[in-house]
Each structure stands twice: as structure tokens, then as C-alpha cells.
Design a protein around this ligand. Structure first.
Ligand code: NAP
Ligand code: F7E
Length: 336
């Protein structure tokens, strides 16, 4: 039986990855931060099937302990302060977790079980001010947030440990992936949550920031398969995981409303832009500059050719069904 250690197991990706590895017969260990109230987040439903180890990636002692306890053959480092907006408010905490935390995990592997395979959760935010479209493994990086900069360190320290110590260490450069388990501060879940509340008369309006922004959105369930595949190869390598499609935030809004039978008509421009419910004439979307970022990533569009041809990875969930699933989930939750 293979053993895996997942940091960030309570998050969106951690929970889908834990499910996948359990299905494959792994013994799954998860590093979890202690909270004032005992909560298992997205792994509540499988908490009896996994071994929770308390710890924090910023605390090397606890990471060493997790490595010793789990005796992991595969380590997936998903722990992060993952919200880009917050990284301007907490740049140092973000750096401690998203940059130095990676070194703590790599050191624990090197010291305790150097033959273990390591996956680092890199991100399309590394491309930031994009240097080419679409972005692929060879596209130069230009991060645009403290989050992106911290992740750049994580990416390079992973490469450095591979080259310095001949470790099986690799990074998945994953483009945005969403799901029914996405946190509500991220734009997709914020939209589907608000759309369903507006439909049921529980909220009047959705306030957003930059709706011109374009993202390559996939479903997290598809993306965790790519993580696992990356650790099943003969040699470690880095891969872009993306859909090869990009959509504006505005398009996501229209699509989400369409699944609750509301047609949105847009009027005005910039901060004056509003979205109107065609059948009632009510304003249901407006712009709030509070959600603008100090520096924006305008367009992300990934080229997943290498992952498709080398790993045999393919996405199964389309953009439309991603939005539909998220809307349906939020609607079901509200209806109880
Ligand atoms: P998420 O839902 O925000 O989950 C982050 C996880 O990290 C949570 O379990 C969180 O635990 C844990 N964590 C945070 N700080 C920690 C610390 N100091 N020590 C230990 N655990 C800590 O993020 P996600 O969407 O699943 O993303 C997973 C990883 O992929 C992250 O590294 C993210 O940056 C990266 N990524 C995500 C995307 C995407 O579109 N989703 C794309 C590319 C890369 P708590 O429950 O205690 O907060
Ligand atoms: O923003 C715009 C915002 O916060 C997407 C993380 O998983 O993916 C994620 O980072 C876009 C941005 O995700 C609002 O300005 C407009 O352009 O959903 P987001 P993100 O910043 O792309 C990458 C790959 C990661 O690695 C990260 O961990 O939407 N936007 N209006 C808004 N964004 C938010 N959050 N809220 C708004 O009201």
C-alpha cells in the first residue's frame, strides 16, 4: 500500500486529491493546522478514512514530524495562503507559507526519506504580466502579486532541490481551477453564490471588481488527476495544466445567471457598468472599486499540450458544466 502526505488537505484541491488517492488504495495522511474550533473543512466527509497530523508548513518541526509519522512515498505540497487579494494585505505571512514553507517540506523529505516523490503546487500566477499567449512551460515568468512572487520562490526551490540532491521533485503549473468546494472569496464561487441568492430573493445585487479580466478556468477534480500523474512518471518534470480556453469574468457572470433563467443586459462602462435583469429591469450587478487589485493579471490562457501528450491527461469537465455544477450546488445548499 502506497503512503501519501498531503499538506493543505482541508482545502479545495486537498480534499479532491485525498478522495482520488483513497480510491487508488493509498494510505492518506494530511497535515492540518490547529484551529480554535475543530473543523475538517472539505475533508469532513472522509475524516475517518485519513490520518490527520497536526502541523503547519511554517513550523519545520511539525513538518519533520509529519514526514516521520506518515513515512510517505509521495508528498503533495498544497498548503498555501492561496487568495491573491489577501497577499497584498499579508505579504509576509504569504511569503512564510507559500515560499519558505516549501523549503520546510523539501528539507523534511531530504532528511527523512529522500527517495519520496514531491509535488509542488505552482500556479499560472507565475506568468502574471504575460510574456506570451498562450502560456506554456517555457514562457518566462512575471508575477504580479506578493502571492505570485512567493510562489515563484516555491517553484525554483523545488527545481533547485531536484538538481542539488537528485530528488524526485516537480511542479504543476496549474491554471485556475474551481469547484463546488471553492472558497467564497474567489470570483467564481462569489458569483455562483450571489446568483443563486439573487434568484431566491435573498440578495439584491452582486458587486464585483475587474470584469474584463480573463481566466482559463477548469474543474479541480480534473486537475488533481494531473498532480497524481506527475508523480507516476520515470523522471520528474514540470507541466502546465489548463483547459486551453479563456473567458472574461463578465462571461462567467452571464453564464451563471443563465442557469437560473436570468438574462443579464449590460449598460455603462468601467466603474459605471451595471448588469440589469432583462425581465424585471432591476440592477443585479455593479462594480465596486474595492475589489480592484493594486496590480492585475489581465489574461491567462494555458497550453496543456505537454500534460496531454506526456501524462495522457485530459480534462473531462467543460466550462459550461463547471458553471452549471457550481450554480446547482449553491442552489441546492440554499434550498436545504
Ligand atoms: P485552498 O482551498 O485555499 O487550500 C489551501 C490549504 O492550505 C488549506 O487546507 C489551508 O488550511 C492550508 N494551509 C494554509 N496555510 C497553511 C499552513 N501555514 N500550514 C499548513 N496548511 C496551511 O487552496 P486550493 O485552491 O485547494 O489550492 C491548493 C494549492 O494549489 C495552493 O497551494 C494554491 O496556491 C495552489 N493553486 C491553486 C489554484 C486554484 O485555482 N485553485 C491554481 C494554481 C495553484 P486551513 O484550512 O487551515 O486554512
Ligand atoms: O480572481 C477578478 C480578479 O480571486 C480571478 C487562486 O486560486 O487562481 C486563483 O487566483 C479574477 C481576478 O482568482 C472580483 O481581479 C473581479 O482577475 O477568483 P480570483 P485568481 O486571483 O485568479 C490562481 C491560479 C491561483 O493560484 C490562486 O491561488 O477575477 N475579480 N471581481 C474578482 N476577484 C475576486 N476574488 N472578487 C471579485 O469581486
Amino acid at each position: 500500500m502506497k503512503k501519501a502526505l498531503i499538506t493543505g488537505i482541508t482545502g479545495q484541491d486537498g480534499s479532491y486529491l485525498a478522495e482520488l488517492l483513497l480510491e487508488k488504495g493509498y494510505e492518506v495522511h494530511g497535515l492540518m493546522r490547529r484551529k480554535s474550533k475543530l473543523e475538517f473543512g472539505n475533508v469532513e466527509h472522509i475524516k475517518d478514512k485519513i490520518n490527520i497530523i497536526y502541523g503547519d508548513v511554517t513550523d519545520p518541526i511539525s513538518v519533520m514530524n509529519a514526514m516521520k509519522t506518515s513515512e510517505a512515498d509521495e508528498v503533495y505540497n498544497l498548503a498555501a495562503q492561496s487568495f491573491v487579494g489577501t497577499s497584498w494585505e499579508q505579504p509576509l505571512a504569504t511569503a512564510h507559507i507559500d515560499a519558505l514553507g516549501v523549503t520546510n517540506v523539501l528539507e523534511a523529505i531530504r532528511t527523512i526519506k529522500p527517495e519520496a516523490k514531491f509535488y509542488q503546487a505552482s500556479t499560472s500566477e507565475l506568468y502574471g504580466l504575460v510574456q506570451e499567449i498562450p502560456q506554456k512551460e517555457t514562457t518566462p515568468f512575471y508575477p504580479r502579486s506578493p502571492y505570485g512572487v512567493a510562489k515563484l520562490y516555491g517553484h525554483w526551490i523545488t527545481k533547485n532541490y531536484k538538481e542539488s540532491y537528485d530528488m524526485y521533485a516537480c511542479s504543476g503549473i496549474l491554471f485556475n481551477h474551481e469547484s463546488e468546494r471553492r472558497g467564497k472569496e474567489f470570483v467564481t464561487r462569489k458569483i455562483t453564490d450571489a446568483v443563486t441568492r439573487i434568484k431566491l430573493g435573498l440578495q439584491d445585487k452582486l458587486e464585483l471588481g475587474n470584469m474584463e479580466s480573463k481566466r482559463d478556468w477548469g474543474h479541480a477534480q480534473d486537475y488533481v488527476r494531473a498532480m497524481w500523474l506527475m508523480l507516476q512518471q520515470e523522471e520528474p518534470d514540470d507541466y502546465v495544466v489548463a483547459t486551453g480556453e479563456t473567458h472574461k469574468v463578465r462571461e462567467f457572470v452571464e453564464k451563471a445567471f443563465s442557469f437560473v433563467n436570468i438574462n443579464v443586459e449590460w449598460q455603462g462602462e468601467g466603474v459605471e457598468e451595471i448588469g440589469i435583469d432583462k425581465s424585471t429591469g432591476k440592477i443585479i450587478v455593479s462594480v465596486n472599486p474595492q475589489f480592484f487589485r493594486p496590480a492585475e493579471v489581465d489574461i491567462l490562457l494555458g497550453d496543456p499540450t505537454k500534460a496531454e501528450t506526456t501524462l495522457g491527461w485530459n480534462r473531462e469537465i467543460s466550462f459550461d458544466s463547471l458553471v452549471e455544477r457550481m450554480v446547482k450546488n449553491d442552489l441546492d445548499k440554499l434550498k436545504g
